[in-house]
Structure formats: C-alpha cells, structure tokens
Design a protein around this ligand. Structure first.
Ligand code: COA
Length: 258
C-alpha cells in the first residue's frame, strides 16, 4: 500500500501522482521510497509503455524536498539520506519514457524531478525554480548538473544563484519546459502525447531514450558509436520486423514489445 504516491493506469499509459497536496507534494523519505517502488512495479509491466509523473492538488507539481527533514540533519545524516537508490537517477535511467506533467509549482527537488524526466509539459500557470540558495544550501537532486545540460550554463547559474522562480512562458523560452498548454487542457493534451508514444515499439522507445540521453553524457564520437550499436540492436526485434512489414504492406503496425 502506498500512502503518498498514486498509480492510475490509462491504457498503455500510467500516471504517477505524488499525493501530499497539504504539503505541496514535498518530497519526504516516504515519497522518494514510494516513487521508487512505483517505478519498480511498472518496470516489468508490459501493458504500461509510458509514464506520466505529476502532483496532486491545484497548487504544486512538487514544492521541493521536505524542508522539515533538513532542520536537525548533520552532514553525515544528509549524506546517508542521499546514498542508495535515488529517484532522480531511477527516472533518468528508466527503460520507458517518463513525462513530467507540471501544473503549479515545481521548485527545488520538484524542478529536479522534472529535469530527470524525458520531457517536461507544463500548464501556462506553472512556476519553476531552484530556490535552495534561499535556505543556505544548493540543489542536491541533480539540479546543478541536469539544469545546465537542459538550459545552458548561464541560465542555470542565474536560477541556482538567485533562487528566482520563473513563470511558464519564461521556462518555455529558456527550454526548461518543452511544451505549454492552458491549465484546463494540460492533462488531456499530455495524455494524448503519451498515448502517441505508447503506440510505438517499446523496444525502439527504450533504445531511443537511451541514445538521446547519451548525447548529454558522451563525447560525439562515442555517442555516435553508441547510436550505431543500438540501431543495429533494433534489428533483432520482432517490432522491427513488424514495423517494416506493416509499412511495406501499407497497414498500421502492431508493436508487441519484443
Ligand atoms: N517542505 C516541507 N513543507 C512544505 C514545503 C517543502 N518544500 N513546501 C510547502 N510545504 C508545506 C508548508 O510548510 C505548509 O505546511 P503547514 O500547512 O503544515 O504549515 C504547507 O506545505 C502549505 O504551504 P504554504 O506555504 O502555506 O502554501 P502556499 O501555497 O502559500 O505556498 C510555496 C507554497 C511552495 C510557495 C511555499 O510553501 C514555499 O515556498 N515552500 C518552499 C519551497 C522551497 O524552498 N523548495 C525548495 C526546497 S529545497
């Protein structure tokens, strides 16, 4: 039984909702643990091909790490809390696409959670930022590393060093979010995009995610070699046989994920 994370299955798409609206969905130990458990539960579920991550209530996607947990922590205790499996890395390395669906506030660890996802889709009312500097700390969920890779060093410096919270239009302009929708349409439009992905080959989705992610981590020559390997690996799949056959036979492909 999960108390802070809900899983809803909508066909081949699973929506994971951080469900602590009274605390603006702040990431405490329970949320982190239950998010990892939810990812584990859905990893081997062949029915689920794409995940959408969001927060409950109107006000926040996730308003950050639970600041209450920081109050009495020593450096050693904080380091211990950050060892082992970390939800940000689990999402980044997840074999299925994970889409952040952001309404309201995505601050601190919430912004980092969104940054770990493969795509960020926001309501036009959303606000994002890394306000840790106001607490006398820095982002610790990958923000200093993933944010510059997404928006560039200058914009990342500005956000991390000032703690400024930006609106959705500006987040779109600097590339922190990828798509904006009117708040009332956010869920429908996000699920529509998720379903479009979910109709593709799960094998190809996994390879494609891995290859695109490698672009941020590998030198160009190594990344190109990695792409070549994954491309060739796709030729071992039934889905490749089906996709090519369906094209040649002028019919829609039915991908089974093998
Ligand atoms: N950690 C722990 N509790 C949090 C939280 C966080 N990151 N963000 C919000 N909460 C709690 C508040 O303490 C409050 O709890 P209470 O009702 O027991 O007092 C509750 O959520 C509602 O917050 P409130 O500030 O009353 O709501 P709001 O809608 O007016 O403001 C925020 C929302 C997010 C702007 C504001 O709560 C805030 O600035 N939070 C901290 C954001 C932050 O610095 N995140 C980075 C952390 S590293």
């Amino acid at each position: 039984m999960k108390e802070t994370v809900r899983i809803e299955r909508e066909g081949a798409v699973a929506v994971l909702t951080v469900d602590r609206p009274e605390k603006r969905n702040a990431l405490n130990a329970a949320v982190r643990r239950e998010l990892i458990a939810a990812l584990d539960e859905l990893r081997g579920d062949a029915e689920v091909r794409v995940l959408v991550l969001t927060g409950a209530g109107e006000k926040a996607f996730v308003a950050g790490a639970d600041i209450g947990e920081f109050a009495e922590r020593t450096p050693l205790e904080q380091r211990a809390a950050m060892t082992g499996r970390r939800v940000f890395d689990e999402i980044a390395a997840y074999p299925k696409p994970v889409i952040a669906m952001i309404h309201g506030l995505a601050l601190g660890g919430g912004c980092e959670l969104a940054l770990a996802c493969d795509l960020r889709i926001a309501a036009d009312t959303a606000k994002l930022g890394q306000p840790e500097i106001n607490l006398g700390i820095i982002p610790g969920g990958g923000g200093t590393q993933r944010l510059p890779r997404v928006v560039g060093t200058g914009q990342a410096m500005r956000l991390v060093l000032t703690g400024e919270i930006i609106d959705a239009a500006e987040a779109l302009r600097i590339g922190l979010v990828d798509l904006l929708h009117p708040a009332a349409e956010l869920r429908a439009r996000t699920l529509e995009l998720a379903r479009t992905m979910a109709a593709k080959s799960p094998v190809a989705l996994q390879m494609a995610k891995s290859a695109v992610r490698a672009a941020a981590e590998m030198p160009l020559a190594a990344g190109l070699a990695y792409e070549t390997e994954l491309f060739a690996t796709c030729f071992a799949s039934e889905d490749k046989r089906e996709g090519v056959a369906a094209f040649l036979e002028k019919r829609p492909a039915e991908f089974r994920g093998s």
